[in-house]
Design a protein around this ligand. Structure first.
Ligand code: AP5
Ligand code: MG
Length: 195
């Protein structure tokens, strides 16, 4: 198995690049943001609880998202690898993920960290907010709160995996295709096909 964390602040292109990477490498895409939005759409109790945090740009509690990832891993025993997008987002989530993967006798192969300036992030998210219907995109204060939450809690995830020498920084500015090629080059270097 080869497991990847696609890491980066809100709007850095994780979702966009994930779509391309899963089709290129046949990985199972696990996006906690997408799972939470589908829970909201289905009006489940979990979705209704999560919405209170998401609408303010705050992180949903660790135990909620860790439980979601635990069950997604259990539901996909045949996966040849996972692409984690938007998870882990705190050091506690990182430790829980490492433990869950250990139980499956696997681990994170690489953390690909997209680097995008704050100005560009805000521009991208507000621009998408014009049409996406995502309530956390159409308000500058909420977009800024998401970025602040990233600095306060999520940048620690990169620090955590740096201790294990697993983090590679990739420029997340430029065309979607250019960024995709840089990501593929890092994955191919690690020869994931043979793992
Ligand atoms: P989540 O859904 O994960 O959102 P996010 O990380 O805040 O940001 P996005 O998904 O909007 O950005 P992205 O990096 O995927 O970029 P994208 O490709 O979409 O989380 C939402 C909320 O859920 C959180 O705030 C939190 O409340 C909760 N949550 C989720 N996971 C959680 C967790 N693990 N723990 C706790 N809470 C959690 O691109 C953005 C825009 O830019 C698009 O319009 C795209 O077309 C455009 N774009 C992409 N690439 C380029 C490019 N190269 N050039 C120009 N534009 C580009
Ligand atoms: Mg996303």
């Amino acid at each position: 198995m080869f497991n990847i964390i696609l890491f980066g602040p809100p709007g850095s292109g994780k979702g966009t690049q994930s779509e391309k990477l899963i089709s290129a490498y046949g990985l199972k895409h696990l996006s906690t943001g997408d799972i939470l939005r589908s829970e909201i759409a289905s009006q489940t109790a979990l979705g209704l609880e999560a919405r209170n945090f998401m609408d303010k740009g705050e992180l949903v509690p660790d135990e909620v998202v860790i439980g979601m990832i635990r069950s997604a891993l259990e539901k996909n025993p045949q996966a040849k690898g996972f692409l984690f997008d938007g998870f882990p987002r705190t050091e506690a989530q990182s430790k829980a993920l490492d433990e869950l993967l250990k139980q499956k006798q696997t681990e994170i192969g690489v953390v690909l960290a997209l680097q995008v300036s704050e100005e560009e992030l805000i521009k991208r998210l507000l621009n998408r907010g014009l049409t996406s219907g995502r309530p956390d995109d159409d308000n500058a204060e909420v977009v800024k709160a998401r970025i602040a939450e990233y600095h306060k809690k999520t940048s620690a995830v990169a620090d955590y995996y740096r201790r294990f020498n697993k983090v590679v920084n990739i420029s997340g500015e430029g065309t979607v295709e250019e960024i995709f090629e840089s990501l593929c080059a890092e994955i191919d270097k690690r020869n994931m096909i043979n793992i």
